[in-house]
Structure formats: C-alpha cells, structure tokens
Design a protein around this ligand. Structure first.
Ligand SMILES: [Zn+2]
Length: 263
C-alpha cells in the first residue's frame, strides 16, 4: 500500500495454512494406517489418496490468490463463484471462480449472509458457518442475481503481508464506507487510514523477543482473535496486532462479562 493508489488485498491465508496442516495430517494418517494394516495397501492408498486430492484441490481452488478481494480507490475486484465443497463440484464448471470488478459508483446494496452447514455424523451434528457477501449493482432489479463472494469460514480473511484480519462484518463496513465516499480522494484517505498492522514475520520476531513469562494471551472482540501481547508494556500499549485496538480482554468470557454489566 503506497503512494496515491493505496489498495487493501484480503486473502484467505489462515484457511490456506489450515489446508496445508490438513494435508500433513492426511499423509500422517495414511502412514499410521499402513503400519497397522499392511495387508490393505490398495484400500488405504485409495482412500487417503482421494482425501489428499480433495484437500490439495481446495487449497489451490478455494484459497488461491485468484480469490483475493482487492479494494482500490476505484472499486472492488473479486472472484464470483462457489466453494469447492464436494467431489461433485469438480464437474460443475459454473461453481468455478469468475473474476469480476465493480466501480464504487456502480455498487449498490452489500449483504452479509451466514450459511450454516449441518453434517450429521454418528456422533451428532457438526455445524460449520460460512460467510457469504452479496453485492448488487445500482439499478439492479430486485430479482437480479447478486454477485456472490465466498468470503470465509470462521477464520476470516487476512490483509496481504500483514497480521491484520478482517471478519466478514468488518469487511462489509469498509466496503460500504468506500462505496458511500464522495470522491476518489476521500477513498484514498479511507484506504490509507484503515489500520493495517505489521507483517506476520515482524510480529513473530516481537513475540520471540518477549520473555516467556511476559507473554500474555488476549482476546480481541472486534477481530474475534486470540493474540499474544507483551506483558512488560503498559496496559494501554498492549494492542491487538490485527486492528490496533487496545480494547482487548483476557479471554472471550471476560469480554462477555463486560457485555452483561453494560446490559
Ligand atoms: Zn483486533
């Protein structure tokens, strides 16, 4: 982000890293099964091979750079299209991403939808939420299909080269602010003023340089993130790496208690 053309790129870094971990788990699981049941090599390799293919495909397809959301003083760039959720999707090409962009003065309503998927298993129902953004152009009729961005699951999106994370709610607020600005200059200012934290490497170094006993975990309600802060610093200087706020709490429970008090 520099000069008079600042931009904010929101990527699915946390999701991509999770997929990387999953791939490692699948390979490890495969080796363990092979050690226990050496006779069933074909079945085991077949099963884990499909699992690994699904994970790697999702890593490439759902979490790739092509799905980044780019906010510039001119407009919003993104990829339309669905999430790779099952093997059937491979054969449904309309579910693939489709690059799109909308200039700010053409953008209409922005909606945030939370889809809850329920998977019934033998041990009960597993619920997972997925955040979807729907963008309409100004003048679109009510029955026109909006552009759909598969924003993220609970991991949010991260600003490229920065430790800043954006929940879907925060992303919608920023998009609406940019849409409603009166001029290009105002949008440049909004993008420059949006807090973008230090790089992940710099944060890691900072934590490494903090003695063990002084490393405190804190919860930021705005980012819904757990962070590590330096206990040697004044409390007012202990800030969220993601949004820069010092309204952070010991944990989620402590934050919820303060809400109860206010109510
Ligand atoms: Zn925060």
């Amino acid at each position: 982000m520099a000069g008079n053309n600042p931009q904010i790129v929101l990527e699915r870094r946390a999701g991509r890293q999770l997929m990387g971990c999953l791939a490692a788990v699948v390979i490890f699981g495969c080796l363990v099964c092979l050690a226990i049941q050496p006779d069933a090599v074909v079945e085991i390799l077949g099963f884990f091979g499909i699992m690994l293919a699904l994970v790697l495909f999702s890593k490439r397809h759902d979490h790739s750079k092509k799905r980044n959301i780019i906010l510039t003083p001119q407009g919003i760039q993104f990829s339309e299209g669905g999430e790779f959720a099952s093997i059937v999707d491979i054969f449904q090409s309309e579910k693939y991403y489709n690059p799109a962009s909308i200039p700010w003065n053409e953008l209409g309503e922005v909606k945030h939808l939370k889809k809850v998927f329920r998977n019934r298993t033998d041990n009960g129902t597993i619920e997972s939420a997925y955040n979807i953004l729907e963008l309409k152009k100004q003048g679109d009729l009510s029955h026109t299909n909006p552009s759909t961005i598969y924003y993220c699951n609970d991991l949010g999106r991260q600003v490229l080269n920065s430790q800043t994370s954006f929940t879907a709610e925060r992303a919608v607020a920023l998009i609406e602010k940019l849409r409603d600005a009166d001029s290009g200059e105002e949008r440049i200012q909004i993008l420059k003023n949006t807090y973008v934290g230090k790089s992940p490497g710099e944060i890691k170094r900072q934590i490494r340089n903090t003695p063990w006993k002084q490393r405190l975990t804190r919860y930021c309600p705005a980012c819904k993130l757990i962070i590590v802060v330096d206990g040697q610093k004044e409390q007012s200087e202990q800030r969220c790496h993601s949004c820069g706020s010092n309204e952070i709490y010991k944990d989620e429970d402590e934050y919820l208690k303060t809400l109860d008090k206010k109510a």
